[in-house]
Design a protein around this ligand. Structure first.
Ligand code: CA
Length: 476
């Protein structure tokens, strides 16, 4: 038996209070911010899904219970951070587990004040008085949205008695999601830890892999490694062999692994909420066929090109552009596309601009404008988008597709130190009359987690094999 396992990192004691201080300062003394916890969700009948805290709430509070609301009131003398939560109750705790209670909210979680969640309607309107703006993210929970609105409209009815009610709702996302995009050194350590456990999990699946097993048995190896480290999957693991590798979000994971096929595994653990996200593609029998190797090498080169461009000062889209260029170059060499590189890239770019324009028009005029007929286009000529139809990455953090704007004022945002993103090009070749059969049903994606640093980047998932030779040696 192996003892568990790797020593997990901890946050310094001021990590969460620093975040709250930053938020309080940024919303300013005229404002109040309201952040609710996640709700318990029913899985079936009276059984619930495992509880996962809402990421904004977790980021600010580190408080991992449902039925809680954090309220931030800058420069309030009696305390700026108020936590509404469940009161301690021995009987409930016996049935459903321990809770912090009001005392724990203050002692352990640093709230300036804590009140029972049942009292929130009586208390929050008073905290809102004489503040001009309510920072709150609408849309996640319509019931709570209504509750927040009723506090404000209740205050407005008292205007004649001299009360000033907030007259502005501001989406909290603007400030909070930008904060979350710039990770602290401690957050980087958390993400390194999640990455390390995910690397071990992928290695375990690679070593166990052989034909005759089922996809879910590789998933079981992944899950085993996560749980052995006290961690959960950050998202449902994808284990797709053969043609299933061409389905981007395949999660059935129930097909047999066949000699001669590739298997694509997209899986990552989360450590105290922080996600990792890795994809590797490897041969079931441990040896790439020639067509598999050729396509795999294109994706690998595209990923290297993308990672090279993932650095401070470049735009968000530069890694994607570099990866696309490498993919198209490779597909031209193998004869999967015809034409020349520049005009293929140019043509797709034009199409993207046109589609974005039409989408915008559609939004502003609210009438149907005919979109480009892609079906017809595809029939005439193969486009690289038939083989590579997604973007090369996303932000990574407390959410696997993490928050943060990709564009600012309609321009791709610049990458800056502290941000974490994935770089994950792929190729997915579905049967097509103009494609040689030897390429059919090959699906490949290679995905790593990349931290932008002062001088370039750090690939958090670097240790996991991905070169053709290395994979074949590792699987022997
Ligand atoms: Ca992924």
């Amino acid at each position: 038996m192996n003892a568990p396992i790797i020593k997990p990192p901890q946050f310094p004691s001021n990590e969460f209070s620093n975040r709250r201080d930053q938020l309080l300062q940024m919303i300013g003394a005229d404002s109040i911010a309201i952040v609710p916890s996640a709700l318990l969700k029913i899985r079936n009948r009276d059984a619930e899904f495992p509880f996962r805290q809402e990421s904004d709430f977790l980021y600010l509070t580190n408080f991992n219970e449902p039925d809680a609301v954090a309220v931030f009131v800058p420069e309030r003398e009696e305390g700026e951070y108020i936590l509404f939560c469940r009161e301690k109750n021995e009987k409930t705790e016996r049935w459903t587990g321990r809770m912090a209670g009001l005392e724990g909210a203050v002692e352990t979680y640093g709230a300036d004040d804590a009140f029972p969640i049942e009292d929130i309607d009586d208390i929050v309107p008073g905290l809102m008085e004489n503040r001009t703006a309510v920072h709150y993210s609408m849309g996640a929970d319509p019931v709570f949205d209504q509750q927040v609105m009723s506090w404000v409209s209740g205050l407005r009815t008292k205007i004649r008695s001299g009360v000033r009610a907030p007259h502005e709702f501001v989406s909290l996302d603007l400030i909070l999601h930008d904060m979350r995009l710039y990770k602290s050194p401690s957050e980087h350590n958390f993400m390194r830890h999640a990455a390390k456990v995910s690397i071990d999990a992928h290695q375990r699946a690679m070593q166990r892999c052989q034909d005759g097993l089922y996809e879910y048995q590789l998933e079981a190896e992944i899950t085993h490694e996560f749980r052995s480290n006290g961690m959960d999957a950050a998202y449902t693991s994808i284990v797709g062999s053969g043609e299933n590798g061409c389905i981007l979000h395949y999660i059935e994971n129930n097909a047999p692994l066949r000699d001669g096929d590739l298997v694509l595994i997209d899986a990552g653990s989360e450590y105290q909420g922080y996600a990792s996200d890795i994809t590797r593609t490897f041969p079931v029998n441990g040896k790439f066929s020639e067509p598999q190797r050729q396509l795999y090498q294109i994706v690998l080169d595209a990923q290297a090109a993308g990672i090279e461009q993932a650095k401070a000062g470049n735009t968000w889209n530069q890694p994607h552009e570099a990866a696309v260029k490498a993919i198209v170059t490779g597909l031209l060499e193998l004869g999967l596309l015809s034409g020349d590189l520049e005009s293929i890239l140019e043509k797709e770019k034009k199409k993207e601009v046109e589609q974005a324009k039409q989408a915008k028009e559609k939004l502003s005029h609210r009438h149907q404008t005919p979109l480009i007929n892609e079906e017809n286009d595809i029939d005439k000529e193969l486009s690289y988008k038939q083989f590579y139809m997604h973007k090369t990455g996303h932000w990574l953090g407390l959410d696997v597709h993490d928050v943060g704007d990709y564009k600012i004022d309609d321009e791709w945002r610049l990458l800056e130190p502290g941000m974490v993103m994935t770089v994950e090009p792929g190729l997915y070749i579905s049967p097509h009359k103009d494609v040689d059969k030897k390429w059919w049903n090959i699906g490949i994606r290679i995905e790593d987690d990349v931290l932008i640093t002062q001088n370039g980047n750090e690939v958090l998932t670097q240790e996991l094999v991905k070169e053709v030779d290395d994979i074949e040696r590792f699987m022997q």
